[in-house]
Design a protein around this ligand. Structure first.
Ligand SMILES: N[C@@H](CCC(=O)N[C@@H](CS)C(=O)NCC(=O)O)C(=O)O
Length: 214
């Protein structure tokens, strides 16, 4: 493993994908990075060198030096700690740390499969599957974002990026409401300067790689 003390960060990115979460995270952290943007049609994410770094062949992928950091949750936790001065992660001994980690896992282990259940109309017993149900996920999250400005209260954290990116995406596909506590929370994070910088990059890259005609 190479040393990560001097940072040299590259984000492998494709527009209109979950890569937006990593872009927004890096913009929130305010660290320099290189953007390796590509279109899925190029098959870049299925080439051998890429698969050696992320065997899932998915984006986003961040490389620090020679160290690959795949999976949004892992990169959010790792980089928020790595660049702690940005204030995106409660310290290891903070009483906010368990809630922070809980929301990180909520994004990938509960929201993601709950979205899939809703989109693909899966029948599953809420008591048996790990994510409960889409409705239960929505109820828990709606209540949480109604309580304060951010998931941890006053402190915006990398967990807001992980959960927020899913909500942003969920609004685009019409399964997350535009109004009410969830809509208000989305509006709050969309007003952040880092989100808007990331959105401008996403739009620029989307124009570079337009959606293929059906
Ligand atoms: N669990 C992954 C999900 C990433 C993911 O689903 N990426 C999709 C795009 S939104 C992808 O790369 N799909 C291309 C493919 O699998 O061929 C993460 O958190 O990073």
């Amino acid at each position: 493993m190479s040393d990560t003390s001097s940072s040299d960060i590259t984000l492998y990115y494709a527009p209109r994908t979950r890569s937006f979460a990593a872009l927004w995270l890096l913009e929130e952290l305010g660290v320099p990075y290189q953007l390796e943007s590509f279109d899925f049609a190029s098959g870049r994410h299925k080439q051998a060198d890429y698969l050696a770094l992320n065997p899932m062949g998915k984006v986003p992928l961040v490389i620090e030096g020679e160290t690959p950091v795949p999976e949004i949750g892992a990169m959010a936790i790792y980089f928020a700690d790595r660049f702690g001065e940005a204030g995106l992660a409660p310290s290891l001994t903070s009483t906010a740390r368990p809630a922070y980690l809980r929301w990180m896992f909520f994004a990938s282990a509960i929201m993601e499969p709950a979205y899939a259940q809703k989109l693909f109309d899966w029948e599953a017993s809420a008591a048996t599957v790990a994510w409960g149900s889409f409705e239960q996920m929505m109820e828990v999250l709606t209540e949480a974002v109604a309580k304060g400005e951010w998931l941890l209260g006053d402190q915006f954290s990398a967990a807001d990026v992980a959960v927020g990116n899913n909500l942003f995406f969920g609004q685009m596909i019409g399964i997350i409401p535009q109004d009410g506590p969830l809509g208000d929370y989305v509006a709050r994070f969309k007003a952040r300067a880092a989100f808007q910088r990331a959105e401008a990059i996403e739009m620029r890259e989307g124009e570079r790689f337009p959606m293929a005609a059906e």
